[in-house]
Write a protein that binds this ligand. Structure first.
Ligand code: S3P
Length: 429
């Protein structure tokens, strides 16, 4: 568990950069390609620890996956050729692997067990286990089958209609994958919009998915086929550089080739509402996913209320938006975000503790937080809580702190952004 000490610098962020591939799309591309018949080539795959957990899961099931840097060749032989793993599957810290793979493992005729690290072992799995059981799944685990380790006595499931009780793309995706493997049709009706990468990407692998408003329908018994795709840059990783550039005086950055899917671009809209000097330009589509450049300049910010339908769209960006709010004139209120309590750590608690330790004025709410700006941040010693997004928020905060910032346990940053410190150093001029 390595620490890092970051000293105040008079530098600003300048120039152009690209961020690593999108985490959500990387997970999905490995899952779909591993279930597919035929070879898939995935370029700009995120080689963060979380996505490598998904790769390892399929290797254990006999899928041949070659990795050269961020390029993967996945030699899928079809659903029927997946092998029963002889040892338990390790999901590490990855909630996306755990939830999406639960949908897959429940619906394959194999016996599997899976476990996670300390943080993942505390995160709720009943949100996928309960609806999967409605489809006939046989899953057992700790605490009434709600916590990892889980075991799956996989079998042919029956299509069903699910009205979701949480706004979660992971749950939606797990049920769509289970539905694809099941008999008959599966419908997932969302409570509110969540990221739609599963619906956008499955058709690239030849799988038919029908979206009508908040209802997604998939027919069972579909066999995906291999596909080639380039993963766009992760807007959730870009968010750290968007906020860093916005709050560090004199900065101006262009972040190229970022995924700008409207179910993920809320961070841009939130920063615009805060008065940031930010613009985007979509230049390509990867399948149905828009990809473009983000131009951001330092400027003054104002407090806003972030709530309602925007929240699932910015759920991973709330820690860094909270840091931006400490530099905004006036009060920022973040609510309807109770889901933050179920992330890699309780992110409401972690953000409030971290920003307070750095000199900000922040109060926790049951479902969010209130941030009083604008405050000069002092610096100090903070903990990442083993949470990559808290660690990166602390590192960005150090750019505007008066004194050094020590981040305890910084290694978790490689879960989603292994080259984060290198990119930050390259941007500082
Ligand atoms: C993800 C969905 C979100 C997000 C996570 C990735 C996905 O989780 O926080 O980092 O890839 O589907 P929930 O669906 O649980 O909100």
């Amino acid at each position: 568990m390595a620490d890092i000490e970051l000293y105040p610098t008079k530098k600003s962020l300048q120039g152009e950069m690209v961020v690593p591939g999108d985490k959500s799309i990387s997970h999905r591309s490995v899952i779909f390609a591993s279930l597919a018949e035929g070879t898939s080539h995935i370029r700009n795959f995120l080689t963060g620890e979380d996505c490598l957990r998904t790769v390892e899961a399929f290797r254990l099931m006999g899928v041949h996956i070659d990795q050269h840097g961020s390029d993967l060749a996945i030699h899928g032989r079809g659903i029927a050729h997946l092998k029963e793993p002889v040892s338990p599957i390790y999901f590490g810290n990855s909630g996306t692997t755990a939830r999406l793979m639960s949908g897959v493992l429940a619906g394959l005729p194999l016996f599997t067990t899976a476990f996670g690290d300390e943080s993942l072992s505390k995160r709720p799995m009943d949100r996928v286990v309960i609806p999967l059981k409605k489809m006939g799944a046989e899953i057992s685990g700790r605490d009434h089958d709600s916590l990892l380790p889980l075991s799956f006595k996989g079998k042919k499931l029956k299509g069903d209609i699910h009205e979701l009780k949480v706004k979660s793309a992971q749950v939606k995706s797990a049920l769509l994958l289970a539905g694809m493997l099941a008999e008959g049709e599966t419908k997932v009706i969302e409570m509110g919009e969540t990221r739609n990468h599963t619906e956008m990407l499955l058709p690239e692998f030849g799988v038919e998915v029908n979206v009508e408003g908040r209802m997604v329908t998939i027919k069972g018994g579909q066999q995906p086929s291999g596909a080639d795709l380039k993963v766009p840059g992760d807007i959730s990783s870009a968010a750290f550089f968007i906020v860093a550039s916005s709050i560090t005086p004199g900065s101006e950055m262009i972040i190229r080739d970022v995924g700008l899917n409207p179910t993920r671009d809320g961070v841009i809209r939130a920063m615009e509402r805060m008065g940031a000097d930010i613009s985007t330009h979509i230049h390509t589509y990867i399948g149905q996913e828009p990809v473009g450049d983000i131009h951001i300049r330092a400027g003054s910010l104002r407090g806003v209320t972030l709530e309602g339908d925007l929240i699932p769209n910015v759920i991973d960006e709330i820690p860094i938006l909270a840091l931006a709010a400490t530099q905004a004139e006036g009060t920022t209120v973040i609510k309807d975000a109770e889901e933050l309590r179920h992330k890699e750590t309780d992110r409401i608690h972690a953000v409030v503790q971290t920003l307070t330790a750095l000199g900000a004025k922040v109060e926790a709410l049951k479902d969010g937080m209130v941030i009083h700006g604008k405050t000069e941040l002092t610096g100090g010693s903070i903990h990442s809580y083993g949470d990559h997004r808290i660690g990166m928020m602390g590192a960005v905060a150090s750019l505007i702190c008066q004194n050094p910032v020590t981040i305890l346990d910084k290694d978790c940053i490689s879960i989603s952004y292994p080259s984060f410190f290198q990119h930050l150093n390259e941007a500082l001029k």
